[in-house]
Write a protein that binds this ligand. Structure first.
Ligand SMILES: Cc1cc2nc3c(=O)[nH]c(=O)nc-3n(C[C@H](O)[C@H](O)[C@H](O)COP(=O)(O)OP(=O)(O)OC[C@H]3O[C@@H](n4cnc5c(N)ncnc54)[C@H](O)[C@@H]3O)c2cc1C
Length: 257
């Protein structure tokens, strides 16, 4: 499906944890086309490069698109300062999302700011989705209530043990895989976590799709900035996160993370 570029009105831009914001945009045509795992590319003030942010929710009834982001640098800081009513220049939906075809149960694993696309994806798999989310500490937990309201069984871990299980998110994920019924693992988060989850999925002979973050330019496959190395039989090839991803099926593509 073709992407759309337009000015979209900010409906809400609210801090949900320290440094983390939930942004709702009035974007009926984008919400209607968005699929779990796709992203929006946002012009942040006078910055020449847009900033890619995953789609966290698409409400087709109200025509709203939800993005959840963390302040990392100048672009996301600028975004956090924009009030309802401001018209944001957005390109969406972009990229290739998750593929649930043929799956009967899925586990969605998010690490920190990798959690927002997992909410969107888990909601698209009603009654068959489980989630495991890992955060630095209690204050960095986001979207817990959203997962609970959607009726998605959720395990939370924190690095410092200030909430939930003390340790890595791969621990409850493994418990869930042991209990059976999971044919697919979807994951988004920092590279060490992705590597841990891929290893786990291989050990439990479970399909695995990873959503990758990569520094990005145009977002539509023209500038070739967001290359990732993929081992294809005997040789290495390069694919692009914006066009071939951000979601990659690791059973089809041996992505070098
Ligand atoms: C497909 C995709 C989905 C993403 N989804 C989310 C999300 O849902 N929520 C969220 O908070 N963040 C997400 N990110 C990361 C987000 O794009 C960066 O945090 C953001 O671009 C940082 O911009 P900045 O100006 O605040 O930081 P700066 O560090 O000042 O940015 C400078 C430049 O680096 C680029 N950049 C910096 N970090 C990243 C990164 N990790 N990935 C890609 N480009 C980067 C920026 O686009 C910009 O061009 C996603 C990234 C990708 C590729």
């Amino acid at each position: 499906m073709a992407f759309i570029q337009k000015n979209t009105e900010i409906i809400e831009n609210k801090e949900i944890a320290k440094g983390f914001f939930s942004l709702w945009l009035n974007a009926p045509d984008m919400a209607a086309q968005a699929a779990p795992g796709q992203f929006a590319h946002i012009r942040c003030g006078d910055k020449s490069l847009r900033r890619p942010i995953s789609i966290c929710g698409a409400d087709t009834e109200s025509g709203r698109l939800r993005l959840v982001y963390e302040i990392r640098g100048e672009g996301t800081k600028w975004l956090s300062e924009q009030a309802p009513g401001y018209n944001l220049d957005v390109i969406a939906p972009l990229g290739k999302g998750f593929d649930f075809r043929g799956q009967s149960g899925a586990l969605f694993i998010g690490g920190g700011i990798g959690s927002p696309p997992m909410l969107c994806a888990a909601k698209a798999f009603p009654g068959k989705a489980f989630a495991a989310l890992g955060f630095r500490n209690k204050d960095a937990i986001i979207l817990k209530q959203d997962f609970e309201e959607a009726g998605i069984p959720l395990d939370i871990t924190t690095d410092d043990g200030s909430y939930g299980y003390h340790g890595l998110v791969t621990h409850p994920a493994e418990e869930r895989l042991k209990s059976g019924g999971i044919g697919l693992v979807c994951v988004c988060g920092p590279a060490p976590m992705l590597r841990g989850v891929i290893e786990l999925a291989k050990r439990y002979n479970t399909a695995c799709q990873v959503s990758l973050e990569q520094r990005m330019g145009c977002g539509v496959g023209a500038c070739r900035v967001c290359a990732v190395k993929v081992r294809d039989k005997q040789k290495d090839i390069y694919m692009h996160v914006c066009l071939n991803g951000p979601v990659f099926d690791i059973n089809k593509f041996d992505v070098q993370i």
